[in-house]
Write a protein that binds this ligand. Structure first.
Ligand SMILES: *Cc1c(COP(=O)(O)O)cnc(C)c1O
Length: 346
């Protein structure tokens, strides 16, 4: 059996990055890289983005932040926001990784490790603006800022950023979150130098809500060409990845292709349109290792079927598939198994 291929267009990625940067200027793009760059491959994403001049990377955890540092070299800023072990903090400090800090307990550990190592940690303090996913509660904020400032005075940290994460589900909720966020920024600014990096928004709010953007915007999905679930198509943004499988056999007049649920294709996607040499056809059954596509004129073993992509052969995008099963486009990509061969195109 041939292996399915995830084809990754560097051109599309560069064009998306350019479109995002144009759109959000003067806010600076922080390219988010979690889940192996949303299933596209961390090394490729970092190398391509560095060449395009991206200066900020968001790596989620310190382990992948260190990988980004090895790939990107010493010039770029890397932001890792997962609460981490002391050993990881030590490595982050040695490799100049900016730390997202969302609890006073973690803040104290970062300060303690910096003191032991004689390092100066770059800290971005996170305020909980309503998502309750890690973040200092508003009532604890002044105390957290005071501890951070005291550690700054002793030379152990620099309070370089204030940040939060928002749901991007409704404008009203996001507006409320921004009020809480700006209040936290104000409190931090009253206690010392205003932090240089203020960041609240991810793809959707960065694109659609300019008034919510900070000096930095943390963006993953749109750079990879993945639109929001239930969101519109975006000017200048196109899918970076397309998934293809070859016709292995013809059974009862239909095409059997070499991809199935074991490759990470959710079986609930049966009935969706896919791209064939003759245009759009229905993916009628998804088995474990193979799937069935309805016939097209002249179909032959070795023909290529596109499961998702930019639409050139009649296929839909990853988000359109995701909407069908109540998830988000990045989930379709990050579920793909290692049997799916990643092919990088120019
Ligand atoms: C995933 C993530 C982002 C990026 O979200 P997109 O919608 O993919 O742009 C930004 N910030 C945080 C904290 C995240 O976890």
């Amino acid at each position: 059996m041939t292996r399915p291929e995830l084809r990754i267009s560097s051109d599309a990625f560069r064009a998306n990055i350019a479109a995002v940067r144009d759109r959000i200027a003067p806010s600076t793009l922080m390219l988010v890289l979690k889940d192996d760059a949303y299933g596209h491959g961390l090394r490729w994403a970092v190398e391509t983005a560095v060449q395009a001049g991206v200066a900020w990377f968001g790596s989620y955890d310190i382990r992948s932040g260190l990988q980004v540092r090895r790939i990107a070299g010493g010039e770029v800023r890397i932001f890792a926001w997962a609460t981490s072990s002391d050993d990881e903090i030590d490595e982050a400090l040695a490799r100049d990784i900016d730390l997202g800090v969302g609890t006073i307990e973690y803040l104290r550990r970062v300060i303690a490790r910096a003191a032991v190592l004689g390092a100066r940690a770059r800290v971005h303090l996170k305020i909980d603006t309503g998502l309750h996913r890690n973040g200092v509660l508003p009532e604890d904020w002044p105390a957290a800022v005071a501890e951070a400032r005291a550690a700054e005075q002793r030379g152990h940290i620099e309070l370089d950023g204030i940040w939060s994460h928002i749901a991007e589900a409704s404008d009203a909720e996001d507006d409320e979150a921004q009020v809480a966020f700006l209040d936290a920024v104000r409190v931090a600014g009253e206690s010392g130098a205003a932090p240089a990096f203020v960041h609240l928004t991810a793809s959707a709010a960065s694109w659609w809500r300019p008034e919510l953007r900070g000096t930095v915007s943390r963006i993953g999905a749109f750079c990879y060409g993945i639109r929001s679930a239930d969101g519109p198509e975006l000017d200048g943004i196109r899918p970076v990845a397309s998934l293809s499988a070859l016709v292995e056999d013809i059974v009862d007049g239909d095409a059997v292709i070499s991809i199935g649920s074991f490759d990470g294709l959710p079986s609930t996607l049966s009935g969706m349109p896919v791209g064939t040499p003759a245009g759009s056809r229905t993916l009628s059954t998804i088995g474990h290792t193979t799937s069935v596509v309805e016939a097209w004129p002249g179909m032959a073993v070795g023909d290529e079927v596109i499961l998702f992509g930019a639409g050139d052969s009649g296929e839909v995008g990853a988000t359109t598939l995701a909407e069908r099963i109540g998830t988000v486009g990045e989930e379709i990509l990050t579920r793909l198994s290692p049997r799916v061969r990643r092919i990088v195109l120019a």
